[in-house]
Design a protein around this ligand. Sequence first.
Ligand code: FAD
Length: 206
Amino acid sequence: MQVLNHGFVRLVESMGGDAAVVRNARRCWRSEAKTENADRQLLRHLLKAGHKTPFEAMVFTFDVKTPLFVARQWFRHRIGSYNEESLRYCIAQREYFVPDHLEGDALQAWIRQNEEAFDFYEELVSGSGTVKMVKEQARSILPIGTYTSFYWTVNGNALMNFLNLRLDKHAQYEIRQYAEAILELVKEVAPISFGEFEREVLTISE
Ligand SMILES: Cc1cc2nc3c(=O)[nH]c(=O)nc-3n(C[C@H](O)[C@H](O)[C@H](O)COP(=O)(O)OP(=O)(O)OC[C@H]3O[C@@H](n4cnc5c(N)ncnc54)[C@H](O)[C@@H]3O)c2cc1C
């Protein structure tokens, strides 16, 4: 799913889903999966009661491309695994965040500042100017709106915590756009868990 001007979030793979959550939860009562309605009621009960470990039986890996300032907020979510592209080893791509409400002179100035930073960065790493610099140092001249990409592997419980915090109106608009896209993606693979989560748990402040 496209997010912001150059970003995206894509579900690469998932393990488990609703059936795994039901199976794990029913172990408590030595019972088996029942009708969809009974399973739905069970998952609703778990969510409301805060009995969340069964949701850790489902795991998702996302491919994310996002500005550095969004990634910085994202990486505060410690329960999950990250593998990010390294600007020690790779040359930064000339892709930076542009807010969609900018126009006219302000937009031109925004683009110019970013382009100049990238011009200087490329000059440093290529050595075409007076100084040649290693990528790991030269990157510090790049704006924090520069796009990065990473894989994020997270279980259902930690993902619900992320969604609760990052769909909230107090969260920054840009990371909320990713959270909204992720909720749509996971509702397709675990519709009961995330459908009930959205109805029963998600609290979005005004
Ligand atoms: C609107 C908003 C504003 C924010 N502003 C700031 C800010 O100004 N400055 C700033 O530094 N951060 C800020 N944060 C980040 C915030 O403090 C959290 O670090 C971030 O949201 C991750 O949440 P988390 O710890 O619940 O998630 P995770 O790290 O994924 O942890 C999930 C859950 O595991 C448990 N857990 C994980 N690690 C520990 C631990 N070490 N000890 C005990 N329990 C643990 C907790 O129950 C936690 O809720 C902000 C977050 C939001 C949503």
